[in-house]
Structure formats: structure tokens, C-alpha cells
Design a protein around this ligand. Structure first.
Ligand SMILES: [Zn+2]
Length: 259
């Protein structure tokens, strides 16, 4: 069958722009611009490295929770969601980075961050560490990092589902880093509700759950969170590459290996 010039033009445009439905072909995925990469060190600690070379360390962990710490780690920026010992270990880095605390020095208020650091925009939204407006475990901070058009939200030790004001303040999210292990944060069920609330466009990365490295006794393992979840991808290592893909058939849950 001969194809009309219009059909040929459409096919060519589709190939160039990658606007067809369905899963991205390997060629198209490979062509998507790399925005950076994300490495999980365990608990809620990630290193976000942008394509321009900026290194953002999120919620640095101490040695005593069981994960091996990388030697000689350097960061340009460190963000701290709240001042608990498994989230604020600045000694994890060997240099003197710029540090952004989500809470005020007395821990009784939020710092309300909205600033630019090199190629990364950083915003914060105040939330709570429990479902009683902080009465049990205090305040927590959601950090939203925007780089290369990609919005990455880290929920810290969020302990409740989000209200309309919080959802509006956080805005649209492409990559969501969410605690799922329960105990002092969202459990598997609540984390799933928060994911439904935020609708991250590309990726969900679970964090703050029990692993064979973690010495904590009050965390659940990952399995309850993964039950009945579709689109789960397990990375062999701790790192996932972030690309500014325009469309995906469904959000992926990316499980990183702390090793
Ligand atoms: Zn905490």
C-alpha cells in the first residue's frame, strides 16, 4: 500500500519528536537528554549529580545505622529535611558544602527555602513528621529540586498524607523520593496514598525501609509497599540516570540497591 505524503510526513515527525504512544524505544530513550543521576546511600540519603556537575547530598546519614559510607565524599550543596541523627550528618562529606536546613535553628518552624544554587533550583514545603501536626515527632521538610526541567521531590520523614495547601505548594513532581517503611514515617499504605496524591510523572524511588544493612528495628521491609504495584524496575546498583523524557505510559517504581 502506498502511503500518502501526509502519512509519511506524520511518520517522520513522530520519529523525530518521539510523540507516538507506547513505551519508549531504546533508541528514543537513549536520545532523551540526561539531566543527572541519583545515587542512594541508604535510609533517606541520596546524591543528586547534575549533568553540569553540581553535587547535591540529601539527608546525609551517620555510620551507626548500618550502611557503609562512601570514603572522601564531596558535595556542593547539602539539604537537611529535619534535624534527626539519621538525616543531618554533615560529617558524611569531607569538604565544606553550602548547607540548607529545612527547619529553623530552634526546630520550631520551617525555613521556607526558595533559592537557586548553580543549575539547581531548590524550594521547600513545610510538613510534619507525624499525623498530629508535629506533636509527636516535630516538623519535616519536603525539598523540591528543579534541574534541566525535571522536578525531583524528597519527602524527608513525612508522617502524614498531604492536604490541599501542601499539594498545591509542592506542585507537579516528576521524580518522587518517598519513605515507605513505617514506624516513624509513612508506611506502605500511606506512601501509596501520597504517591496517588502527587502523581509523580516519571519515577517513584522508595526509601527509609528495612534492608539487610539497616540496624533500625522499627522499619518494615520494602515488600509490603511493592505488593500489587505495577511497573517496578530493580536497579542492580545504587544509581539511576535521570532523563527529561517527555512522556511515559505509566510512572515507574525504581528500586535502588544500596550496595
Ligand atoms: Zn526523623
Amino acid at each position: 500500500m502506498r502511503r500518502s505524503p501526509r502519512a509519511i510526513l506524520l511518520a517522520a515527525l513522530t520519529a523525530v519528536l518521539g510523540v507516538a504512544g507506547g513505551p519508549p524505544s531504546p533508541a528514543r530513550a537513549a536520545a532523551a537528554p540526561v539531566v543527572g543521576r541519583l545515587t542512594w546511600f541508604g535510609q533517606s540519603c541520596f546524591l543528586l549529580e547534575t549533568a553540569a556537575g553540581t553535587r547535591v547530598l540529601i539527608d546525609p546519614i551517620p555510620k551507626n545505622i548500618g550502611y557503609p559510607l562512601p570514603a572522601g565524599l564531596r558535595a556542593d550543596l547539602v539539604t537537611i529535611s529535619h534535624e534527626h541523627a539519621d538525616h543531618d550528618n554533615l560529617a558524611m562529606v569531607t569538604n565544606k558544602p553550602h548547607v540548607i536546613h529545612g527547619l529553623t535553628a530552634d526546630k520550631k518552624g520551617w525555613a521556607h527555602i526558595d533559592e537557586r544554587f548553580r543549575d539547581v533550583s531548590v524550594r521547600s514545603v513545610g510538613v510534619y513528621h507525624d499525623d498530629r501536626r508535629g506533636a509527636q515527632r516535630g516538623l519535616d521538610t519536603v525539598f523540591i529540586f528543579e534541574v534541566g526541567g525535571l522536578r525531583i521531590a524528597h519527602l524527608g520523614d513525612l508522617g502524614h498524607t498531604l492536604d490541599d495547601d501542601q499539594l498545591e505548594a509542592i506542585g507537579s513532581v516528576d521524580v518522587l523520593l518517598v519513605p515507605v517503611g513505617g514506624g516513624t514515617t509513612l508506611d506502605a499504605y500511606q506512601a501509596t496514598r501520597v504517591i496517588d496524591q502527587l502523581h509523580p510523572r516519571l519515577m517513584v524511588v522508595p526509601m527509609h525501609y528495612q534492608t539487610d544493612a539497616n540496624t533500625s528495628k522499627d522499619l518494615a521491609p520494602l515488600d509490603p509497599f511493592l505488593e500489587r504495584k505495577a511497573n517496578v524496575r530493580r536497579e542492580a546498583g545504587p544509581t539511576v540516570v535521570l532523563t527529561s523524557v517527555k512522556a511515559r505510559p505509566a510512572t515507574e517504581i525504581v528500586v535502588l540497591n544500596w550496595r
